[in-house]
Write a protein that binds this ligand. Structure first.
Ligand code: TUI
Length: 308
C-alpha cells in the first residue's frame, strides 16, 4: 500500500486537519513549509473567502497543500468548482459523502482523500475513485463518528486497497507508529496543531488545550445527528443539561453551539465558546512552532527508521 509521502509528494506522512475557522493560510503554509500537507479548511466560509485563503497560501509556500471541503456547508458545491479553477492538487472532505463531486475532481486530476467514519463509506468512496481515505476515530475533535481509531483503522485497512490515513488521537511518535501498526500509511493531526505558534486561534484557546487532561473533553450533539467533541466548559454543560431535560427544541440547543466556535477561536471566550479539540489534548504540553511539532512526531518514530 502506497505511503502518504509518495501519494502527495511530502517529507512527513502527516496531513493537517481541515479545522473550520482555524485552518487558515497561516497554519496551512506553516505545515506545508515544515514538510507535512497543509490544508485550508473551508468550514462554513463562502467561495471568495476560500479563494482568498488559497491565494495567500500560494504566496507563502511552494510546497504541496490542499483544501478541506466541509460538506455540510451551504457553500460546498460552489467551492467544489472553485478548487478546480484554482488548480488545487489535493482535496480532503469532511462531514458527509463527497460522491457527487468525485467524477469532476478526478477528471481534473485532483488527489481526493475523504474523511470516513465507517468501513461502508470507505468502500463506497474507493469504488468511485478516492485516492486514499482518512479514517477518523471518535477520539478526534469537532464533528465525529462513533467508532474508535484503534478499531476502525484496521477494519478499513482490511476492506480497501487504497492508502488509509489514521486520524483521531494522534499527537506524538507513538500515535504515528500505532497508526502504521494498525495498517495506516499516514496520519492526520489537528489537536496538537491548535497549540502551535502559527495557529491563528486566540491564546486562551491554545492554553486551554495545553492545560487539558485526559477527561476534559465531552461530546455534545449525540442524538441530534451532529456529535461534536469539545473541551468541557459552561457552554457544553448547559448544552448537555438542556439535551437531558428534553424540554427544549433541537434548534435552541444548536443555537448554543453553532456560531460559538468563532467565540472561542477569535474572542478567546472560554466560557461560552465551542472549544473543539480531540482527546489527545491531554498529550499536548506546550505551545511550539509547527516545524517542531512535526519533527517531534516523525523523527523518533519507527516509521522514520523504515520499520513499516
Ligand atoms: O468534519 C469533521 N470535523 C468537523 S466539521 C466541523 S464544522 C461542524 N460543526 C458543528 C456541526 C457540524 C459540523 C467541525 N469538525 N471531521 C471529519 C468527519 N467526517 N467526521 C465525521 C465525518 C463524516 C460523517 C458522516 C463523514 C462522512 C459521513 O457520511 C455520512 C453519509 O452521508 O454517508
Amino acid at each position: 500500500m502506497k505511503d502518504l509521502r509518495d501519494l502527495v509528494g511530502i517529507k512527513y506522512p502527516i496531513i493537517q486537519g481541515g479545522m473550520a475557522n482555524i485552518a487558515t493560510h497561516e497554519l496551512a503554509s506553516a505545515v506545508s513549509n515544515a514538510g507535512g500537507l497543509g490544508i485550508i479548511g473551508a468550514g462554513g466560509w463562502d467561495v471568495e473567502k476560500v479563494r482568498f485563503e488559497i491565494h495567500k497560501t500560494k504566496e507563502l509556500t511552494d510546497k504541496p497543500f490542499g483544501v478541506n471541503i466541509m460538506l455540510m456547508s451551504p457553500h460546498a458545491e460552489a467551492i467544489s468548482d472553485m478548487v478546480i479553477e484554482e488548480g488545487i492538487k489535493v482535496i480532503t472532505t469532511g462531514a458527509g459523502n463527497p460522491g457527487i463531486y468525485m467524477d469532476k475532481w478526478k477528471a481534473a486530476g485532483i488527489t481526493v482523500i475523504p474523511v470516513v467514519p465507517s468501513v461502508a463509506l470507505a468502500k463506497r468512496l474507493e469504488r468511485v475513485g478516492a485516492d486514499a481515505v482518512i479514517v477518523e476515530g471518535t477520539e478526534a475533535g469537532g464533528h465525529i463518528g462513533e467508532i474508535t481509531t484503534f478499531t476502525l483503522v484496521p477494519q478499513v485497512a482490511d476492506a480497501v486497497g487504497i492508502p488509509v490515513i489514521a486520524a483521531g488521537g494522534v499527537a506524538d511518535h507513538r500515535g504515528l507508529d500505532a497508526a502504521y501498526a494498525l495498517g495506516a500509511r499516514g496520519v492526520q493531526i489537528g489537536t496538537c496543531l491548535l497549540a502551535s505558534s502559527e495557529c491563528p486561534v486566540h491564546l486562551n484557546y491554545k492554553n486551554k488545550v495545553v492545560k487539558a487532561k485526559d477527561t476534559d473533553t465531552v461530546v455534545t450533539g449525540r442524538g441530534t445527528g451532529a456529535p461534536v467533541r469539545v473541551i468541557k466548559n459552561k457552554m457544553s454543560r448547559q448544552y448537555l443539561e438542556m439535551a437531558k431535560n428534553g424540554n427544549v427544541s433541537l434548534e435552541e440547543i444548536e443555537k448554543l453551539t453553532l456560531g460559538s466556535l468563532s467565540k472561542a477561536v477569535f474572542d478567546g471566550d472560554m466560557s461560552m465558546g465551542s472549544i473543539m479539540a480531540g482527546q489527545s489534548a491531554g498529550l499536548v504540553k506546550e505551545i511550539k512552532p509547527v516545524a517542531d511539532i512535526l519533527s517531534h512526531i516523525f523523527e523518533p518514530s519507527l516509521v522514520a527508521k523504515g520499520v513499516f
